[in-house]
Design a protein around this ligand. Structure first.
Ligand SMILES: *Cc1c(COP(=O)(O)O)cnc(C)c1O
Length: 404
């Protein structure tokens, strides 16, 4: 019985108590209290400092903070002047915001498939999806992997499109030495509570273009302009401002981001080496152009046919061994109700695309066979990574005991 799967009554292979998330200490506690006591709760030195420091951390010139990653995406697309009649190419393997932000500005998301080895947008499929209406390409750096920014950047240059990075999984990521989110025309990050730095809600837009930064700022601040009168509103804006409380937390979180990123990366390498040896699973390929990898999610693909199990049973068995894992995205975005429910479709104005005809085979397969490990697991110590590898190996070797 000693080697039986934990789900079948055997001993667990992993007794690690995983780091909990979010993480905080006296730094957050004191910073929050200082904001509270100052009475300056809004648009003060914490927001300014975070905008400056995060932009520097990712190698961008300008930044505008926002109330969420979703809001940051919407104001980015609005600032680029994208609207009704325009198309934006996005991947279908991502959080809904990547596509819903496009629809919120009245434009049409067009899905390009992802690549099997990195789960990021396939530049060749993106090229096939370009039409005279395309205005931007918005790849997602899935799980902290980085989409092929060379190929996508070249495509954008050739067709005069804006490259917008959805870097909401890529804090600290570097492509050929430069920070993600600062490589495309614009980049967007989220600080929602599950993300690698967190303030409950929050987001930021990065760009090297001063004019665009000013427009994003204006849209995020009710259409005001820098230096303008308080009740002068020059364009259609919204309120997407970050508070001093959130910025105070983010300033504290940012002091740990570098060390956390390096630790996740070192642990990620240990996982890569161990898991690569195990038959029946597939992990992402290394790309030497990714000079620092953020590791928000650690995806593992299962050869379900060979293993003869369902993904759900595999996840349950892995959880029982003491390894937190989940299914991740189980459907390509274009299969979600917002794209295919008749009442939603009827409510859409200007978006004529029939999403029931969409089919991205790689994404469909990955939605079916992929398991995610969460980034907090990568903050444990190196020995815990060996336990994870042993747990995965054990479940794989005993996969026949998971049938039925
Ligand atoms: C989290 C996330 C967003 C949106 O961020 P919120 O802050 O939750 O609004 C956008 N894109 C991706 C890929 C995300 O994971």
């Amino acid at each position: 019985m000693k080697h039986a799967l934990a789900i079948n009554g055997g001993a667990k292979s992993c007794e690690v108590s995983w780091p909990s998330w979010p993480m905080w200490d006296d730094l957050e506690r004191q910073a929050l209290n200082a904001v509270l006591e100052s009475g300056k709760w809004w648009y003060g030195e914490n927001v300014q400092r975070f905008e400056r420091d995060f932009a520097a951390f990712q190698d961008a010139r300008y930044s505008v903070s926002a109330s969420s990653g979703t809001a940051a995406q919407e104001i980015t697309l609005a600032a680029l002047g994208i609207g009704p009649g325009d198309e934006v190419i996005v991947p279908p393997y991502t959080f809904i915001a990547t596509a819903s932000a496009v629809m919120r500005v009245g434009a049409t998301p067009v899905f390009a498939d992802i690549l099997p080895h990195n789960m990021c947008m396939d530049p060749a499929d993106a090229a096939r999806k370009i039409t005279p209406h395309t205005r931007a390409i918005m790849p997602v750096h899935l799980g902290g992997y980085i989409a092929d920014l060379d190929a996508l950047g070249a495509l954008c240059n050739e067709h005069h499109l804006a490259l917008v990075e959805d870097a909401c999984h890529s804090w600290g990521g570097k492509w050929k030495g430069k920070g993600t989110g600062a490589i495309g025309r614009m980049g967007v990050f989220s600080f929602q509570v599950s993300k690698n730095i967190a303030s409950a809600e929050g987001g930021i837009v990065l760009t090297d273009d001063a004019d665009l930064a000013e427009i994003v700022r204006s849209i995020s601040n009710c259409g005001r302009t820098t230096g303008g009168a308080w009740y002068d509103h020059v364009r259609i804006g919204t309120n997407a401002r970050l508070t001093e409380f959130q910025a105070a937390i983010l300033n504290a979180q940012l002091t740990r981001l570098e060390a956390h990123t390096l630790r996740r990366e070192a642990n990620g390498r240990v996982l890569n080496e161990g898991l690569r040896q195990i038959p029946g699973i597939m992990i992402g390929q290394e790309d030497p152009r990714i000079t620092r990898r953020a590791y928000h999610l650690y995806p593992i693909r299962l050869d379900l046919e060979k293993l003869g199990v369902t993904r759900e049973r595999f996840v349950a068995a892995l959880n029982a061994e003491g390894v937190p894992a989940s299914n991740g995205y189980t459907r390509p975005l274009y299969k979600l109700g917002v794209f295919v429910n008749p009442p939603e479709v009827a409510n859409r104005r200007g978006i004529e695309h029939d999403y029931t005809q969409d089919y991205c085979p790689v994404c469909e397969q990955i939605c079916h066979d992929t398991v995610w490990l969460f980034h907090t697991l990568l903050l444990a110590d190196i020995e815990a990574m060996h336990d994870v590898v042993s747990a995965v190996r054990k479940v794989i070797e005993h996969a026949d005991e998971l049938q039925g």
